[in-house]
Structures are given as structure tokens and as C-alpha cells.
Design a protein around this ligand. Structure first.
Ligand code: FES
Length: 154
């Protein structure tokens, strides 16, 4: 789907498992790492490659929120809004983010730089409020700290 090197990586992943369908999660992760999201075309390819139904693959992709179903911004902001973060100001951070970026949760800025999501607990309640920016956690956030973080991104 993404060239011979990608296919070799898929082959190596599949070889680690007793049957191809067991490689579903890591192969989907490889797809996402390769192009930034999964998407219906890749789901169909993965389903055929691993010998599972397309509906099953879509069920997995849509169940696990770490799989992206569409292209997101270069910086994907996932703001935790569950109890600990909410009690420590995530609602203010959310409002500030929406105003600063001019987008609502589920949207991407027109320049493709930022996308925003409100998410459930990311397991860092002791350092609330927090967000995940791509793969990294940013904790004990304040509005000033959030501004410094975002304004410092290339
Ligand atoms: S409530 Fe926000 S990380 Fe747990």
C-alpha cells in the first residue's frame, strides 16, 4: 500500500504472530505512523492483507481513540477534561484553546497546524490539568504555560 519498505515492515510484524489476524493492532499502528492516520482505504488493505473482515478492522479503528480516522493537524492536542483535570481548570484551558486556535474540538486549523480534541482521563491525574501534544504529555498546565508551549512550536 505504501511501497516495498512498508510491505517488508508488515511482513516482519505478521511473522511475529501465530496467525496474521493477531497482527492487526501493530499493522494499523504502522499505517498510522506512515501517513498520520488510518482511513477507510487502509482499513480495506489491512483487512485483505490479514484475512479479517473490513467491518472488524473498522470496529477496531473506531473503538481505540489512539487510531486516527482522518488526517489531523501537525500538532494534535488532546486535552483531558475528566474529573481531576476539570477540577483543576481544564474547562478554562479548553475555552482558551478554542479562542486562541479558532477551532472547536474535532476540528483542525485551516493551516493544518493544530487539531484539538477533548479526551477522557490520560492517566496523569496527579499532574492535572494536562494535555497530550502528539506523543508527549504536558502537565500542571496554566493558561500562560499553554501559551508558551503552543507559541514555541515551529
Ligand atoms: S483526569 Fe486528567 S489525566 Fe486523569
Amino acid at each position: 500500500m505504501f511501497g516495498p519498505e512498508f510491505e517488508r515492515k508488515v511482513d516482519r510484524i505478521v511473522a511475529r504472530y501465530p496467525e496474521p489476524k493477531a497482527a492487526l493492532l501493530p499493522v494499523l499502528w504502522l499505517v498510522q505512523r506512515t501517513r498520520g492516520f488510518v482511513g477507510l482505504d487502509a482499513e480495506a488493505w489491512v483487512a485483505e492483507r490479514l484475512g479479517v473482515g473490513a467491518a472488524h478492522v473498522h470496529g477496531v479503528v473506531s473503538f481505540y481513540t489512539m487510531y486516527r480516522q482522518k488526517q489531523l493537524g501537525r500538532y494534535h492536542i488532546q486535552l483531558c477534561t475528566t474529573l481531576s483535570c476539570m477540577l483543576r481548570g481544564s474547562d478554562d484551558l479548553a475555552a482558551h484553546l478554542e479562542k486562541k486556535l479558532g477551532i472547536r474540538p474535532g476540528e483542525t486549523t485551516p493551516d493544518g497546524k493544530f487539531s484539538l480534541a477533548k479526551v477522557e482521563c490520560l492517566g496523569s491525574c496527579g499532574t492535572a490539568p494536562m494535555l497530550q501534544l502528539n506523543d508527549d504529555y504536558h502537565e500542571n498546565l496554566t493558561i500562560d504555560g499553554l501559551d508558551r508551549l503552543l507559541d514555541g512550536l515551529p
